[in-house]
Design a protein around this ligand. Structure first.
Ligand SMILES: Nc1ncnc2c1ncn2[C@@H]1O[C@H](COP(=O)(O)OP(=O)(O)O)[C@@H](O)[C@H]1O
Ligand SMILES: [Mg+2]
Length: 247
C-alpha cells in the first residue's frame, strides 16, 4: 500500500485584506503519495505557485489543514517559525527565480545547503559536484551566478534543493528556461529521485512535454482544482524527451 506523504485538506489562501483581498486558492484537497511525481498545471495566475508555497510549508493556509508524514503540520494558526523548522529538515524548494548567492560559485551555492544543516566539508563538496555534473554543469562548478545563463542558474538551484536529500521536493517551473535536451535531463533526474529514492516530488510546469513523466497531474484553474487528468501511458519509461515524437 502506498503511504500518503502530504495531504492538503480543504485549503484556501487569500493574500491581502479588505478590498485588496485576493483569493489565490480555494478549497483545494490533494493527497500526494510517498515517492510520487506530481505535476501541477494551469494558466498563469491560476494559483500554481500558491499551491506550492502551501505544500512546501512556506506559508500557512488561510483555511484548511496540511498533513505531512502522518501528522497535522499547518492550519491558519501555525506560526511561520514552526513551518521554517519543519521545512529545513524535510523540504527542498526550487523557486521560480533561482535566488543564488552572488558572491559564491555554483558549487559553493550547493554546498551552503549542506553547511546549513551541519554537514560541511569534503563530503558536501563531493555531493555538490556530483549533482551539478549530473545536471550537465561539470564545466561550471567554479562559475559565479552572474556568469551563468538563466537555465544554468535554475539547475544550480535544483542541485541546492536536492543536496540535503529532502523527503519532499517542490519545484516551480524548473524547466522553463531550458532547451529540450536539458529539460529531459532535469525531468529525468526528478523522476529518478521519486522512483529510486522515494522522494515525493511536486513540479509546476507549463511544458506539455514534461507531462508524460508525471504519475499524477493536478490542474488548477482560477484558484480551484479543475481536475486530475491522467498522464499519458508513456510515464516514466526513462526515455529522454528529445527522443520522443513531438506532439
Ligand atoms: N503575495 C501576493 N500578494 C497578493 N496577491 C498575490 C500574491 N501572490 C500571488 N497573488 C495572486 O494570487 C493569484 C495566484 O497567483 P499564483 O499562485 O502566483 O499563480 P500562478 O503561479 O499560477 O501564476 C494571482 O491572482 C496573483 O496575482
Ligand atoms: Mg507561478
Amino acid at each position: 500500500m502506498t503511504e500518503t506523504a502530504l495531504s492538503l485538506r480543504g485549503v484556501s489562501k487569500f493574500y491581502g485584506s479588505g478590498e485588496r483581498r485576493v483569493l489565490a486558492l480555494r478549497d483545494a484537497s490533494v493527497e500526494i503519495a510517498t515517492g510520487e511525481l506530481l505535476g501541477i498545471i494551469g494558466p498563469s495566475g491560476s494559483g500554481k505557485t500558491t499551491f506550492l508555497m502551501l505544500a512546501g510549508l512556506v506559508e500557512p493556509p488561510t483555511q484548511g489543514e496540511i498533513w505531512f508524514l502522518g501528522r497535522k503540520v499547518a492550519d491558519p494558526r501555525t506560526r511561520s517559525g514552526e513551518l521554517r523548522k519543519l521545512r529545513g529538515r524535510h523540504i527542498g524548494f526550487v523557486f521560480q527565480k533561482a535566488n543564488l548567492l552572488p558572491f559564491l560559485t555554483a558549487a559553493e551555492n550547493v554546498q551552503v545547503a549542506s553547511a546549513a544543516v551541519g554537514r560541511g566539508g569534503s563530503d558536501a563538496r563531493r555531493r555538490a559536484c556530483e549533482l551539478l555534473e549530473e545536471l550537465g554543469l561539470a564545466h561550471r562548478l567554479d562559475a559565479y551566478p552572474q556568469t551563468l545563463s538563466g537555465g544554468e542558474q535554475q539547475r544550480v538551484a535544483l542541485a541546492r534543493a536536492i543536496a540535503n536529500r529532502p523527503t519532499l521536493l517542490l519545484a516551480d517551473e524548473p524547466t522553463a528556461a531550458l532547451d529540450s535536451d536539458r529539460r529531459g535531463q532535469v525531468m529525468g533526474l526528478l523522476s529518478g529521485l521519486a522512483r529510486d529514492e522515494g522522494v515525493t516530488v511536486c513540479v509546476v510546469t507549463h511544458d506539455v512535454r514534461a507531462i508524460s513523466f508525471f504519475d499524477k497531474i493536478v490542474e488548477i484553474s482560477d484558484g480551484e482544482i479543475a481536475g486530475t487528468p491522467a498522464p499519458p501511458p508513456a510515464s516514466r519509461d526513462g526515455e529522454p524527451l528529445s527522443h520522443r515524437p513531438s506532439e
